[in-house]
Each structure stands twice: as structure tokens, then as C-alpha cells.
Design a binder for this molecule. Structure first.
Ligand SMILES: *Cc1c(COP(=O)(O)O)cnc(C)c1O
Length: 490
């Protein structure tokens, strides 16, 4: 036997560095108060480790940067488009590849073309922009994930799977006239980055196609999903992630893609599909709002970066390192008794803040409170996925809480190393030990829709990192200094 290392290394070395600077607790407290305890309103320079999102935050490779210099900025017929088209076709097999500036633009063009107010679109779980774009047509977005997908502590290898019985019942009830297409989100972002099995994709495809309904993949994390299939579905143990992705797409009729995820780029996306008539209508809408079909709102160099990135996302060494990083943090938290969504998914660790902070009721936003505390203690920015994001007003003036109060620690691609992850774990263990002192929050300002981006909060008791000055007075001072916090928030 030769050397069989246990350590999974970052499969890259660093050619260019971006300095990150620790801040003082005093500075963080001022910044947090100025931001109204909403981490979306922080200046990124006040963040040490940014786990807000994996969208567009990754590091590009030398090959991607080299491609950027080769970008062809021709308005029509750009060479960079044909490169992107070729790679997207090789992976997905779809005939028409339509570039867009982000995933949500692909969604808007697709649903704007095929949905009307009578439509219902089933999905395992719609991502929020997907749901919003369907609802903007007056149509219904219906989530049909298996029930295990709603249980944070239940271990299941493919928690993103579609519930086949409910899908059959939905399609039989509504028929192809009401259901213009069915979607599958791989991995299931809103459900914890949980994968969908190939067996489930095959079954969903058969159920849809028997009824004449096209299947579209929300493909944002198709490479991570392919890796889980390779690890967890014995039939695929010896197949490459590329071959697995190709097979997965072969069961579908089209996809929407955010290249900010497994496109490994900082911006971009595409819509790909087989149907000529739908593609023609989508391209006409694209010309109206995004751009000519050989650039779709992207620079030529963006399309180069995506063309290279789509292949890099399928490298086995990269996927092994990426998925292991998430799992490694998850293991440390489980060992320390911090409840997380299990098993860990593809791009993030989700802490069950409702279970960790039972002294904070949902009406006091435990996940938002945990995010604030983690930032105060360690300069780490996570994101709330709980009642701030998904709480709904009740007719009696109260609020219907979200089903789960989660904190998502989302990993940018190829950005942080193992010592960063160790630091994150250390910070969380420290916060976990002092959890009883974390105060709940009260909303002082909120917008009528998508309030999580701009809401402002204040703690219901003094935060554990106490200040000799009352937080309100300090808040006023730093708000003025920072020039944010007017009530006319965007
Ligand atoms: C990010 C994301 C989208 C939307 O893509 P954008 O590029 O942010 O517009 C759609 N679906 C899923 C599952 C996503 O994660």
C-alpha cells in the first residue's frame, strides 16, 4: 500500500491574496448597531469571514481569468458565447442555450413565456426567486419535497427528493393544461442544500412525461448534486461527476442555471431547453429585456469565465474538498452539541437556532439573534433563514412564524481554508457555551415585502458583549457617522 492520506487538502494553491482584517469587538458592536442588527446592512469591510451566501462570491481560477482576457465582446455572434454554448450543451444535452445575467432572469423569461394565472408549477422546493417569478405571473408555486426534507434531525441520503405520490396526485388533479412544466431543484437550496437522487429524477421524469408535462431542472448546484449521487447511490460509485450530470439532465427537457453557484463565476446564468417553439419565444423576450441571444446581458468575458467554471465545478478533487469542508464543520458542531440540519448538504451548514435557543420564541427571531451574536463575537456573517425571512403577517396583526428557525453558514467556493473553518467552529462553540445570555430581537422597521433585506432590529435585553454606553445612544452616533439608517430605507 502506498501513502493513503486522511487529510483532504484544498486542491489549489494561492496565487493572489485578498487581505481580511480582524476588527475589535467595540468596532463590531458599533457596526452592528448602525446596521440595525441586520447583517445585510453591514459594510462587507466590517466582516472578517463572510458566509452570507455562496452566490457569486467564489474565487475564480487562473484559467477563468485567462479566459476573461480572451473574451470576445462582439454584440452578435461572440466567440465567447459559442464556447459557453458548447460547454452547456455538453453537460446538459439541451439544444438551445440562452445566456442571462443571473438565474432569476432565466426564471423570469421561462415563466413569463410558459405560465399564466391558471398555472401551477410543482417543484421539490422552489427557491425564493423561483417562487417569486412564478407568483409574479399570478401562478402557483407548489412545494412537494418528501416529508423527511422538513425534519432537520432526520438523516436521509436524499432529503431533496420529490414526494412521488404527491406529485402524481397533483398532476392527475390538474393535468397538462394547468401544469406547463414541473421543476426539480438540485441540490435543494431552501431545504438545506440537500441532494436529489438519480432514482428520484428518473421517477419524476417518467411521471411527468407519461402525462405530457415537461421537466425542468433548477440546476444551480448540479455539480454538488452529482457528487452526492456518486457517494450515496451505489450504481454511480465509479462514474465521473460529468457523466452523472449528463445522465441527470438527459431525463429533463430544460434547465435554469445561476452561474454564480456551480458556474464558478461572479455573475451570469442561462436557460437551456429542447423545445424549438418555447426557445423562440424565450429568445424574443430575452431581446426585449436582457439582450441579444449571443450575450443575454453578459459581457463576453463573463461567458468565458462561466464556460471554464462549469467544467471546473465537476472536477472530483474540487468536489471532494468542497463537500468535505461542509461536512467537517458539521461534525465539529454535532460533537459540541450544536443542533444542525443533518446530514450536511452541499454548500452550507444550517444551524437549528430554534433548538439551540429555546429561551427565545420565534416572535423574537432566534436565528437573527444568533447571527448577530456570531458577528459580535467573531466577525462572522451568516444569514437568517427563519421567521424574519419567511414569517407571514396574520389577520389579527400578529405574525405566523416560519416552520424552522435556521442560521445558514454558506461557503463561497474556493475562498476559505481549513484554518478559517476551524476558527468558525471555535467561534460557534464559544457562542454555544454562552447561549442562554443571547437576547431576542424586536423589529423596529420593516418593508412590506422581502423585509429581511432591510429590516432593523434592537435587542430585547443588553447583548452579552456589553458596552458601558447604552446601545441606543451609541447607535444614533454611529448611524449618523455611517450615513445609513434613514427611515426611507430602500
Ligand atoms: C441562486 C439561486 C437561484 C437564482 O439565481 P440568481 O443568480 O441569484 O438570480 C435560483 N434557484 C436556486 C436554487 C438558487 O440557489
Amino acid at each position: 500500500m502506498g501513502f493513503e492520506p486522511r487529510t483532504i487538502i484544498e486542491p489549489f494553491r494561492i496565487k493572489m491574496v485578498e487581505t481580511i482584517a480582524p476588527t475589535t469587538p467595540e468596532h463590531r458592536r458599533e457596526a452592528l448597531i448602525a446596521a440595525g442588527y441586520n447583517l445585510f446592512l453591514l459594510h462587507a469591510d466590517d466582516v472578517l469571514i463572510d458566509l452570507l451566501t455562496d452566490s457569486g462570491t467564489g474565487a475564480m481560477s487562473t484559467e477563468q481569468w485567462a479566459g476573461m482576457l480572451r473574451g470576445d465582446e462582439s454584440y452578435a455572434g461572440s466567440r465567447s458565447f459559442y464556447k459557453l454554448e458548447q460547454v452547456a450543451r455538453e453537460i446538459t444535452g439541451f439544444k438551445h442555450v440562452i445566456p442571462t445575467h443571473q438565474g432569476r432572469a432565466a426564471e423570469r423569461i421561462l415563466f413569463g413565456t410558459v405560465c399564466d394565472a391558471t398555472s401551477v408549477v410543482p417543484n421539490n422546493t422552489h427557491f425564493d426567486t423561483t417562487r417569486a417569478n412564478i407568483e409574479a405571473r399570478g401562478a402557483e408555486a407548489r412545494d412537494l419535497v418528501i416529508h423527511e426534507g422538513h425534519e432537520p434531525a432526520v438523516i436521509h441520503p436524499f432529503k431533496g427528493n420529490m414526494d412521488l405520490d404527491r406529485l402524481r396526485a397533483t398532476l392527475d388533479e390538474l393535468g397538462p393544461r394547468r401544469v406547463p412544466l414541473c421543476m426539480l431543484t438540485v441540490t435543494n437550496n431552501s431545504g438545506g442544500g440537500q441532494p436529489v437522487s438519480m432514482a428520484n429524477v428518473r421517477a419524476v421524469s417518467a411521471i411527468c412525461h407519461e402525462r405530457g408535462i415537461p421537466l425542468f431542472i433548477d440546476a444551480c448546484r448540479f455539480a454538488e448534486n452529482a457528487w452526492f449521487i456518486k457517494q450515496r447511490e451505489p450504481e454511480f460509485a465509479d462514474r465521473t461527476p460529468m457523466a452523472i450530470a449528463q445522465e441527470l439532465f438527459s431525463y429533463a427537457d430544460g434547465c435554469t442555471m445561476s452561474a454564480k453557484k456551480d458556474g464558478m463565476a461572479n455573475i451570469g446564468g442561462f436557460l437551456a431547453l429542447n423545445d424549438d417553439e418555447w426557445a423562440g419565444r424565450c429568445k424574443n423576450l430575452l431581446i426585449l429585456t436582457e439582450g441579444f441571444p449571443t450575450y443575454g446581458g453578459l459581457a463576453g468575458y463573463d461567458m468565458e469565465a462561466i464556460a471554464v467554471g462549469l467544467r471546473e465545478a465537476l472536477h472530483e478533487d474540487y468536489l471532494r474538498y468542497r463537500i468535505r469542508t461542509i461536512e467537517y464543520l458539521g461534525e465539529k458542531l454535532i460533537t459540541a452539541g450544536i443542533p444542525i440540519v443533518r446530514p450536511t448538504g452541499g454548500h452550507a451548514v444550517y444551524i437549528d437556532a430554534g433548538a439551540l435557543l429555546p429561551h427565545i420564541p420565534a416572535s423574537q427571531y432566534p436565528a437573527q439573534a444568533l447571527c448577530a451574536e456570531l458577528y459580535l463575537v467573531a466577525g462572522i456573517r451568516a444569514v437568517e433563514i427563519g421567521s424574519v425571512m419567511f414569517g407571514r403577517p396574520r389577520p389579527d396583526g400578529g405574525e405566523e412564524p416560519a416552520p424552522l428557525e435556521l442560521v445558514r453558514l454558506t461557503f463561497p467556493r474556493r475562498v476559505y481554508t481549513q484554518s478559517h473553518v476551524d476558527y468558525i467552529a471555535e467561534a460557534l462553540l464559544y457562542v454555544g457555551q454562552r447561549k442562554d445570555a443571547i437576547p431576542g430581537l424586536r423589529i423596529t422597521y420593516q418593508a412590506p415585502a422581502l423585509r429581511h433585506f432591510t429590516a432593523r432590529f434592537e435587542p430585547l435585553a443588553s447583548p452579552i458583549s456589553r458596552s458601558p454606553l447604552p446601545p441606543e445612544r451609541k447607535g444614533e452616533a454611529s448611524r449618523k457617522k455611517a450615513g445609513v439608517g434613514s427611515e426611507a430605507a430602500p
